[in-house]
Design a protein around this ligand. Structure first.
Ligand code: HEM
Ligand code: FES
Length: 356
């Protein structure tokens, strides 16, 4: 866990953050409600329920675009890391916002027929005041279900109970839910000319979210390397290529043994150390983090570890696997056999120019 960041407690900063978040969202919903049109193109009045439904849907969609952008933006600019550390509350707030949108839609469009609202929702054609003929509403429902699972399991208790890898896999479903929302909007309200969203909004969103993910992945390419060098004859040593290109206080992710990854870090005095790339919190990529206050800091929520032994600073008790390193013939090597979590071993000095 982290000494420098207080991520999961309800501290003053978190309260201010939540106040700003909820206050801004309420203002956007109110502004949308007040300033969006009161009538359809044919002059027919739009009910307050539908205006609210749209205001909540649009605000939720904007928030989803912010949430999905925070990860790549924080990779591109570390100053945005505090946003990443607090993204969980944003996700839960987003779920509550779109839950109200979904509940209003269920009541407004599906409560006046002879069948119950859920059966009506999953009937191919909507029942009352239908927006378009596409069955776009079940798509929103399925996305909402995913957002519910994510919000319900967002607490660290579930991360510890389900295990970081499974938890992470579960939360990657956000991309499936995002795709469902894009379809929900593009096949529904945008087909009818009645939406308060511009027709290009799903495309703009795809370019924004997709583009940021591609750009941040490209930026991180030089922080990852696949080692195809054959292990040295004695012991499973693989070469860390061009170690001098790892910036001081930064790391590089080295892939070994199919899915296993090692995080190799360089300290400010040219010492190198390797620990597991998998953060004990939610399996974040430690090698994409940096060394802050002398501690390897996870880029996702700020958990920290000593490079010397892979242990979190007291009073925290998390520990990750460590790896031996050595220099030979002006090259830097890491041993791919993990030492038990928390095992201390000396860091390896590798001077700039030594390998050139
Ligand atoms: C049970 C789940 C859901 C149902 C039944 C539902 C239903 C609807 C309906 C009926 C509309 C058209 C409203 C109109 O223009 O008359 C709509 C629009 C919309 N929905 Fe949903 N929805 C659900 C979930 C979601 C979720 C999770 C999001 C996430 C952001 C979302 C975002 C939107 C957006 C952005 C619009 C366009 C609003 C506008 O035209 O300005 N919906 N939804
Ligand atoms: S701090 Fe959360 S995954 Fe590392």
């Amino acid at each position: 866990m982290s000494r420098g960041y207080t991520t999961v407690q309800w501290n003053q900063n978190k309260k201010i953050y939540d106040f700003i978040l909820i206050g801004s969202l309420v203002m956007v919903v109110i502004a949308h409600f007040i300033f969006s049109s009161n009538s359809l193109p044919n002059g027919e009045a739009i009910s307050d329920e539908i205006k609210l439904l749209r205001a909540l849907g649009d605000t939720g969609f904007i928030l989803l675009n912010v949430i999905l952008a925070i990860g790549p933006l924080a990779r591109l600019d570390m100053r945005l890391l505090p946003l990443l550390y607090n993204r969980r509350h944003m996700g839960v707030t987003f779920f509550l916002l779109t839950l109200i949108h979904g509940v209003i839609a269920l009541f407004w469009y599906h409560s006046f027929g002879v069948v119950d609202p859920l059966t009506s929702l999953f009937s191919i054609h909507t029942t009352v005041d239908q927006v378009s003929d596409y069955p776009f509403q079940p798509l929103g429902f399925m996305a909402l279900l995913i957002f519910f699972i994510m919000a319900a399991t967002s607490h660290d208790f579930w991360n510890a109970t389900l295990g970081p890898r499974f938890w992470k896999g579960l939360h990657m479903l956000v991309y499936a839910a995002y795709a469902l929302i894009i379809l929900h909007i593009a096949l529904g309200p945008l087909q009818s000319d009645l939406s308060s969203l511009p027709a290009w909004s799903p495309w703009a969103s795809l370019v924004w979210v997709g583009g940021l993910h591609v750009v941040s992945a490209l930026k991180n390419v030089n922080r990852h390397s696949n080692s195809d060098s054959s292990p040295l004859e004695e012991g499973n040593w693989i070469e860390v290529e061009a170690p001098e290109t790892i910036e001081e206080g930064s790391g590089r992710v080295v892939s070994i043994k199919d899915s296993e990854r090692i995080a190799v870090f360089r300290t400010s005095d040219n010492q190198y150390g390797a620990i597991s790339n998998v953060c004990r919190h939610q399996a974040g990529p430690l090698g994409e983090g940096c060394i802050l206050d002398g501690l390897v800091t996870c880029p996702w929520h700020g958990f920290q570890y000593h490079l010397e032994d892979g242990r979190s600073p007291a009073p925290f008790s998390e520990k990750v696997e460590t790896y031996k390193m050595m220099t030979q013939d002006d090259k830097l090597y890491v041993n791919i056999d993990a030492l038990p979590p928390g095992t201390e071993r000396p860091l390896t000095i590798f001077k700039i120019g030594e390998g050139q």
